[in-house]
Design a protein around this ligand. Structure first.
Ligand code: PLP
Length: 229
């Protein structure tokens, strides 16, 4: 039987191979294990295999798991990577370490106000709509630098970089172009803001291309935990 532990080792090897192939330092690529819809027992297995960064997509489910795993996974770092309505910001601000899908100032301000006193600032990525299609979530690239400057002034948030989801993951050529564009935006942002170090791109399907394109954090779900029903 293939286990979470085996899958994790295989993905780490894939990251290493891709990094070597494109002359990048494998240490510069963080593996985010996306555990949405999967039970806490799977997360504990991954944790015991050394995994520390976990991504969740749904507020209620994520908060429940964070609370439940406090004692068994004390060093786990929790990333919120799903869409977020502005009336749900409080749960993210109070429970998560990272938030990848900030796409408007209203959400950023609420997260900043709702972060608990004494807590480390919430680590934030701005979600960018790389294809520019209206139906996709994320901010348009034209508004990226303005939102970044505004977030940089909020004391309880730390701006870490950019996150994107491919518009058509099966179209390799299109994806390659989108990733070239986003890498450029990331480099510009990094020059303007100290502390920006994260380009959150790459999922199970496009891991290698994302690493070629400069990803510093890949978000892998099904290739670790198995297909979601
Ligand atoms: C589900 C999800 C992933 C992981 O996708 P897999 O194809 O299962 O690797 C990564 N990023 C986001 C935003 C997701 O919603």
């Amino acid at each position: 039987m293939i286990t979470v532990t085996d899958n994790l080792a295989e993905i780490k090897q894939k990251i290493k191979n891709a990094a070597n192939k494109f002359c990048r330092d494998p240490q510069a690529i963080t593996l985010l294990a996306v555990s949405k819809t999967k039970p806490c027992t799977d997360i504990i297995t991954a944790y015991q295999a050394g995994q520390r960064q976990f991504g969740e997509n749904y507020v209620k489910e994520g908060v429940m798991k964070i609370n439940e795993l406090k004692s068994s996974c004390p060093e786990a770092i929790w990333h919120y990577i799903g869409p977020l309505q502005s009336n749900k910001t409080k749960d993210v601000a109070e429970h998560f370490d990272w938030m990848h899908t900030v796409d408007r100032l209203k959400v950023a301000k609420r997260l900043n106000e709702q972060r608990l006193q004494g807590a480390k600032p919430l680590q934030v990525c701005i979600q960018v709509n790389i294809s520019g299609e209206e139906s996709k979530s994320g901010i348009n690239v034209a508004q990226l630098s303005e939102l970044a400057s505004e977030i940089a002034q909020l004391p309880n948030l730390t701006l870490r970089g950019i996150m994107a989801i491919p518009s058509q993951p099966d179209n390799q050529e299109k994806l390659k172009q989108e990733y070239i564009d986003i890498k450029q935006k990331f480099e510009t942002l990094r020059k303007r803001h100290t502390g920006v170090d994260t380009l959150s791109i790459g999922m199970s399907q496009d891991l290698e291309l994302a690493i070629e394109s400069g990803s510093t954090m890949v978000r892998i779900g099904s290739a670790i935990f198995g297909a979601r029903s």
